[in-house]
Structures are given as structure tokens and as C-alpha cells.
Design a protein around this ligand. Sequence first.
Ligand code: 13P
Ligand code: SF4
Length: 305
Amino acid sequence: MKNIDYKSEIQRLKKEKNAVILAHYYQEDDVQDVADFLGDSLNLSQTAVSTDADIIVFCGVHFMAETAKILSPNKKVLLPVMNADCLMAQTITKKDLQKYKDEHPDTKIITYVNTTAEIKALSDCICTSTNGLKIIEHYLDQGEKILYTPDQNLGKYAMKISGKQFEVWNGCCPIHHFLDKRKVLKQKELHPDALIIAHPECQLDILEISDYVGSTAQLLSFVKKSEAKEFIVCTEKGVLHPMKTQNPDKTFYLGSPTLSCHDMKKTRLEDVYNCLLNETNEIFVDEEVSRKAVKALNTMLELSK
Ligand code: 13P
Ligand code: SF4
């Protein structure tokens, strides 16, 4: 077998094909290192709109590449590993959401970005963990009845922060949802000066003992600004790579060794190279679904300005 230097070959192919590589913070370290843009789901959606590249190679999970395609229909969007899926996206079906809508025609549907295009198409507005609280509060302030789908944890956290009640779907991300509080407290016992920082997909018992709660991008920015030197990180372990690179003087402990997303870790450099070389694993979205989903996504982009 030929010995391929994937890093330099990827750089060469990117130039040759006017391609751009977007990667989520949960990707493997070496995949993050070949990315032109590294970000959370909101940054990456915004970058998909603003880039003038002809090809977007999306190193993440399926819904992320699909979102990029909906927002940039004229670009070729490739997903290096086609079966890299988000477990949370599987916690809500089109049939169930349609049934809810039929029974509650006056309720606004606010949907987390970690969902399929079909679910987005049935929603009034999309949100991410970066803008979720702001978007939910916007609808509540207008006196709207809302259903937040599918992440029960971000939903319950938003109810706690806003002091207002609304309906929440019962989906979750198993990686964050099943984070064991005892494991986090054990880390705190071992590192008493460390601040606990958590993603809002964790359950309230974790969020309540956290010093800061935010999306991956918000956690990174908090760590950078903080005077603390040690952090217990309660989100997927991939985020430790940029945290360590950006803060060489600070120390990070993962809240639990279970914080690893199998699907995010499926992508290897070899997959990025192959899909760029052969332009395989292209993402397509049904036109009618895309037309409805883009409306909900654009409402989010407008409200998060
Ligand atoms: P972010 O919105 O923070 O990027 O999170 C995406 C995600 O998949 C969290 O599990
Ligand atoms: Fe989905 Fe959870 Fe993986 Fe994020 S960490 S991509 S929410 S399964």
C-alpha cells in the first residue's frame, strides 16, 4: 500500500479544488488540525454561508453537513463518514412531531440544530447551544406558547434560567445526559481549585454544581478569559484539544472518561483525504424539505445577530 502523507495531500487537494474543511471541536485532534475553520455548530453554520469555496468538507456528524447544504445549496457538501450520525437527532421522529403540531396548532416549535432536515422543516425556529437561551426567551417574551425539541436538558435549563414554563420534548444526547455527577465530584475532590464547566446538554444536577454553563465555543472563550488555572470539563473530550492549545498555562480534567462521542470520532484523516480526492459522500436534501428548513434556520441566524 502507498504511504500517503494525508496532511500535505489534503492541503494540495484543497487548493486544487477550492475546497474548505470545517470541523467541529469534538473531532479527533489530527482532523481538527487540518481544518480551515474549527467551531461549534453555530459558527460552522455561519461559516458555511460565508465561505466562497466550491466544496465544503464537513468533519462532524450528519446533521451538521446537512445544515451546511441547506444554507449553501449551490455548494458541494461532503461528509467524510456517511454513517457519522448524532444520537440526539434520533430522539425525535417526523411522525411524532407532526402529530404534536396537529394537536397543538398554536404552539411555536423551537428546535435544536442537532436534528434531521425533516424535523427542522416542521419547526418555526432553530437554535444551537450558543443561542438557545436567547431564542427561547425571545419567543417567551412575545407571549408565545412554545415546544422546545428535542433536548430535554437544554430545555429544562432554559426554564430554570428564564423562570418560565414551556413544553419540552424528552430527547437527549446520551453522552452528556448520562454523565455521572459522582464522577465529576470525584474530580473536584482531586482538584479542589478547578472550576467545573459544563455543556447545557448535561442534566440539571451537573449544571447546578457547575461554575459556568455554555456551548463548546462559550466554554472555550470562558476558559481563555478566566483567571483560574484548572478546569473540570463536562462535555465531549475533543474540546480539550483546542483548550490545551489555546491555554498552555492551564490544566484540564475531563469530567468523566465516558465523555466521548463515538460518531464524532469516526472521522479519520484518511476519510477526509478520500472524500476530497474522489468527491464522494455528497449530501443532498429534498428541495421542499430544504425550502422549509432554511426558513427556520434563517430565523435563527437573524435572531442571533
Ligand atoms: P455545540 O453547539 O456546542 O457545538 O454542540 C454540538 C453538540 O453536538 C453537542 O453535543
Ligand atoms: Fe450528538 Fe451527543 Fe455526539 Fe453531540 S455529543 S454529536 S449531541 S451524540
